[in-house]
Ligand binder design. Sequence first.
Ligand code: CU
Length: 84
Amino acid sequence: MTNLTLQVEGMSCQHCVNSIEGALQAIGANGKVNLAAHTVEVTWTDGLLSLEAVKEAIEEQGYEVVAIIDNKEGVNGDAGDGNE
Ligand SMILES: [Cu+2]
């Protein structure tokens, strides 16, 4: 599995959450929006999708992906909910 956290600009309400999570679901990824942190945690099966496809799905909804954090590299320990 690939598990990344994307920093996304432009999300402000539940409608945004639904748009992004719906768009990710439509391409076969699992997305979890954190509105307060302006992040989307995305998980998908390796080989099924590319990061480009994931970014495109979000950007097609009108949001901008400004940074990508690879959770496997443990950039920040705040989430600490044992991905695997
Ligand atoms: Cu909104």
